[in-house]
Design a protein around this ligand. Structure first.
Ligand code: OGA
Ligand code: MN
Length: 284
């Protein structure tokens, strides 16, 4: 397998692979290991059907079913697009566009679930000619950059993650009562620990507050942590090529969409989400 590092701290691309032709568990294990080590794996040139996307993804675990209120609801696919069934770009106030806007905040997919996602696998179907990059932020490098006293202070902290939290900042009506009901806030560890690759921060747009602290203290602690996260040094910004497929480790990176530049153009991405096997804390 020919690989190429994409940034100093993390992210790697695989160049010569056709995922439709994978027959051995060994290849899957190599990809799993690359993902664990590098957090983001880009596989170029995968012009695949949705079924092929699902089949490949299922090699890595059980897939999440798409939640209520999201395009693809009830299926194993999440559809991210800025146009309707007739191919017309929807107005910027439309739910689809607002959801895309919400994706522009750093987040980890499904951190609002008791058992959050292990990895996401995103396939580019239609990309705009300028902008619309997806950016990844290494939360391992971010953790490592914290001063020792802060590391000690946060080691056992638990945060509340709430789907409504980040969304309601975009538009108070973006989260429907149905979604609120289906997605109550959950607790997550603030610092995750991988036996092989060490610790990472587990934060993002769904993270509402630190458990057991006043709002002021919680906001101050989160701001202090954020002040050490270098959004340039620890970021890999992916410029999409048609049929790129990206896998990322939701427990080691945050990600975000970036705006389309210039005249709005169609963008269509399809994602599968591999469920995690364990919660981040032992309380459930
Ligand atoms: C996602 C996501 C960002 C993008 O698929 O989970 O956040 O650039 N996508 O579309
Ligand atoms: Mn996402």
């Amino acid at each position: 397998m020919i690989t190429n590092k994409l940034s100093k701290f993390f992210a790697i691309e695989i160049k010569n692979l056709d995922l439709r032709k994978i027959t051995s568990k060994e290849t899957i294990n190599i990809i799993s290991d690359l993902l664990l080590e590098f957090s983001v794996v880009v596989i170029r040139n995968q012009n695949i059907t949705d079924d092929e996307h699902i089949k490949f993804s299922e090699n890595f675990g059980t897939l999440e079913l798409t939640k209520v209120g999201t395009d693809g609801s009830g299926s194993k696919l999440i559809i991210l697009r800025n146009f309707d069934e007739n191919g017309n770009i929807v107005p910027s106030t439309d739910r689809q566009r607002l959801n895309n806007l919400a994706n522009q905040a750093w987040h980890s997919d499904s951190s609002f679930k008791k058992i959050p996602s292990k990895m996401s696998i995103l396939s580019a179907k239609m990309i705009p000619s300028l902008g619309g990059n997806t950016e990844f932020l290494s939360m391992r490098a971010s953790y490592n950059a914290l001063p020792q006293e802060l590391k000690l202070k946060i080691d056992d902290k638990i945060c509340w993650h709430d789907y409504s939290h980040g969304r309601s900042k975009i538009d108070p009506n973006l989260v429907t009562p149905e979604e609120k009901e289906a997605l109550p806030p959950v607790k997550q560890k603030l610092v995750l620990h991988d036996n092989r690759y060490g610790k990472s921060l587990y934060l993002g747009a769904h993270c509402r507050n630190v458990d057991g602290m006043s709002n002021n203290d919680s906001n101050a602690l989160l701001a202090e942590i954020n002040s050490y996260i270098d959004p340039k040094k620890f970021v890999y910004s992916h410029v999409w090529e048609p049929f790129d497929l990206i896998m990322w480790d939701n427990r080691a990176v945050l990600h975000r969409a970036t705006p389309i530049k210039g005249k709005i153009q169609k963008r269509l991405m399809v994602r599968t989400t591999v469920a995690g096997q364990t919660s981040t804390i032992n309380e459930y």
